[in-house]
Design a protein around this ligand. Sequence first.
Ligand code: BJW
Length: 252
Amino acid sequence: MAWEASDFRERMAALRAAHGAVVVLTGAGISRESGLHTFRDADGIWASVSIDEVATPQAFARDPARVHAFYNQRRRGLLDPVVLPNPAHAALARLERDWPGAVLVVTQNIDDLHERAGSRTLVHMHGELLKARCGGCGTVIRCREDLAPAHPCVACGNAGGVRPHVVWFGEMPLELDRIYHALGQASLFAAIGTSGTVYPAAGFVDAVPRGCVTVEINLEPSEGASRFVHRIHGPAGTAVPAFVDALCGGDG
Ligand code: BJW
């Protein structure tokens, strides 16, 4: 792998000595080995469900029961005891503990596997499956149960507006100011397990300063692979621990 090369390790040692800031973007591929589906692979979610049916505000307005059913099923899947963080999630939590500079994990995933693995400095830019939000008053609550259209908001009492706390197409992703601020300071940017098709996340690699080391880790070249300096193609569960070893000066 590229990061077993001595020049990559030397570059990482220099970044470590300088306490360089790290931003890691993750996508559905990092949770695949935990048993969760990706979106755009052959067996992915969009192969069996249409985006227009479940992942736009218009879909929710048209048929909230259908959209709730889709997210209820995914929430139950996430809460299945067999779904656990894998070595890639654990490695990123270790990076946050061991790296001497700032580390921000920005995930497009709505699962909670990064938190369960121990990541603490984390942005869920596309929301969280284990939360619900009132479309009327904006109150966000924890949610481990099924939702239904008649579900009343605990804060304002209105029924009908409670929705999954997720970002659908056409909606603004969350905490973008914080993300772009971190990208603007990054010495290292890594994108892991994302197809690079959904914006603005797909454009983050272009928002880092000149000289920032950029790394793609994905099962196969993503749509934006050519925009990264280093490209590692393999399963996240083995590639990410090796990458973190190289960053932190471990034996790999
Ligand atoms: C492995 C692996 C293993 C497998 N190891 N790897 C035209 C141009 C530009 C933009 C637009 C445009 N028209 C419309 C837009 C905007 C639109 C957009 O990007 N559309 C594109 C489709 C063109 N974006 C939006 O609407 C966003 N909002 C927005 O833009 O607001 C305005 C704005 C503009 C500018 C600045 C700021 C704001 C909102 C996007 C919301 C996305 N929502 C979803 C669903 C909701 C959450 C949920 O239900 O889970 O989020 S869609 C879905 O895609 C989900 C994901 O987070 C997202 C990204 O998918 P991801 O993670 O990349 O998964 P996959 O399946 O695509 O890829 C997985 C990869 O892993 C693959 O490559 C595999 O090979 C790999 N893999 N196993 C390593 N073991």
